[in-house]
Design a protein around this ligand. Structure first.
Ligand SMILES: *Cc1c(COP(=O)(O)O)cnc(C)c1O
Length: 494
């Protein structure tokens, strides 16, 4: 299986290992496989009887041809072990009627990013070997909260790899901040940025695009790589849980063979929902993909109008991991819909004017599969309260955005199709806002909220978050976006 850039018209293909190692293509595009492998009915039948790790190795081996099935199985069994994901990697629960919650937050950092970031460091380690790489990889991450911690946890103490994370100083929850500030490991570094997530992401992208800087690092035996969902190594493990959810529902007789499902995903960078679309292209009978946004509803507008326009206000919300104005992975969808030449043009327009409008035929293809809805702050809180009181089910702020959008979709379309709702974070990760939504009062403070939420809901605090306030702070730096490069250079030489 070969990989190409979403912006490249030449046949300059790279291997999967190269795509994972490089993160971003030289021309600024994202890597995509040149074809999407298909699952047969027989494949689905055998996947049905496998455990999560086996399913993951099976699916990933279709995309990562130079990785042997045995290597992948070994890595997946470690990554998705009972110890790391107590109670299973991606269990599915009925919330009400036709809506099912796919719980993706049972991993070490309590958000769905673990699903990819527990396996990706292993893929990168092998990629270094497979490409005969002698240099040290320096992973740069811009995070709106959850990726940073999940990447730190995945990459800590991995040989020949270092990781540095940037997050917006006021754009993450107190729990998220503490999770990162107390990170253990000898090869990790964390720095807050004076700015929002897009400032952090643009800063990281600028460092990646700076060839002089790369040369300087190269002379010192280091090269840059990414752990954000622009990296294909992040996306392919995310395809797995949609396949897995479908198989589980077949197994539990909640679906019959060939029966279609809809998928609803709380969306930020468009990575998770794009993975669901890949699962559809692989032949999983997915009908519609519902793209759920918060008050930063640029994608909702895009899916309604065909115009992507980032010239608008940025809001900090109680679902911070979705506070994004540039959803990078949308570029991969454009590539599949209209090819690299047009994608490159749209991206050029976005860069120069902050917006682009799709040609009629391109927009029509997207509308066939994708619906967009959004949920504002008030509605997010109401959805948390409603779901807890009426269905006895506790959800976090991001999942609430998703659930509200799923309900809007049901109301508008009268659809009878079952919906898989991606539940992307543990409610305890956003304990303060969840507690407030349910009880109507503020917790004593952001940390006591964990205990207060546990009491009111009768659910235990997940282990990774328990007593987080008592851990030692290791990282407290705050820097200006203009100083990011300098801090990267310093860390690379440590
Ligand atoms: C990252 C994240 C999202 C958004 O996922 P994308 O792949 O960026 O669209 C949604 N919810 C939570 C809790 C997240 O951490």
């Amino acid at each position: 299986m070969n990989y190409t850039s979403t912006r490249s018209t030449s046949k300059n293909y790279v291997s999967a290992a190269m795509a994972i190692k490089n993160g971003l293509a030289d021309d600024g595009g994202l890597y995509m496989p040149t074809e999407i492998p298909k699952l047969t009915e027989k494949d689905i039948e055998s996947l049905k009887n496998m455990g999560y790790a086996e399913r993951a190795a099976f699916i990933m081996s279709k995309f990562l041809s130079e990785y042997s099935y045995e290597e992948l199985l070994f890595d997946c069994e470690n990554a998705y072990s009972e110890e790391r994901f107590p109670g299973g990697a991606a269990p599915i629960k009925n919330i009400d009627g036709n809506v099912y919650s796919l719980e993706l937050w049972h991993g070490p950092t309590c958000a769905f990013k673990d699903m990819a970031l527990q396996i990706m460091p292993r893929l990168l380690s092998r990629a270094l070997e497979k490409t005969d790489e002698k240099r040290t990889a320096l992973i740069l991450v811009a995070t709106s909260g959850d990726t940073g911690k999940a990447a730190l946890e995945g990459y800590k103490d991995v040989d020949r790899i270092k990781i540095k994370v940037f997050y917006p100083v006021d754009g993450v929850s107190r729990v998220q901040k503490l999770q990162m500030a107390t990170q253990e490991g000898s090869n990790v570094d964390v720095c807050a940025i004076e700015g929002n997530f897009d400032d952090a992401q643009n800063g990281v992208k600028a460092i990646f695009g700076d060839t002089d800087f790369s040369r300087e690092l190269n002379e010192k035996g280091t090269f840059l790589s990414s752990a954000n969902s622009i990296n294909w190594g992040r996306l392919v493990p995310q395809v797995v849980y949609y396949v897995s959810a479908y198989c589980d529902m077949l197994k539990n007789n909640e679906l019959s063979y060939g029966e279609k499902i809809d998928v609803c995903v709380p969306t930020g960078n468009f990575g998770n929902i794009f993975a669901a679309y890949i699962a559809k292209l692989m032949n999983i009978p997915i009908n519609k993909l519902i793209c759920a946004s918060n008050k930063n509803n640029i994608l909702t507008d895009f899916l309604k109008s065909g115009t992507y326009d980032r010239n608008r206000s940025f809001y900090t919300t109680i679902s911070p991991s979705m506070d994004i104005l540039i959803s990078s992975n949308l570029e991969r969808l454009l590539y599949l819909v209209c090819g690299s030449e047009k994608t490159a043009l749209y991206m050029k327009e976005l860069k120069e004017n902050g917006k682009y409008t799709l040609a009629e035929e391109d927009f029509a293809k997207i509308k066939e599969n994708f619906f967009g809805y959004y949920c504002d702050e008030e509605n997010t809180k109401n959805t948390i309260k409603y779901t807890f009181e009426n269905h006895g089910y506790l959800i976090d702020t991001h999942t609430a955005v998703g659930y509200s959008c799923a309900l809007q979709y049901l109301k508008e379309t009268d659809s009878k199709t079952k919906i898989i709702l991606a539940s992307t974070a543990s409610p305890f990760k956003f304990a303060s806002d969840v507690y407030q939504a349910i009880s109507g009062k503020a917790p004593k403070n952001e940390l006591s909220a964990l205990n207060e939420l546990s009491e009111i809901s009768n659910e235990p605090i997940p282990k990774p978050l328990d007593k987080i306030g008592e851990r030692k702070i290791r990282f407290s730096d705050v820097c200006k976006p203009s100083d990011m490069k300098k801090t990267v250079l310093e860390f690379s030489q440590k």
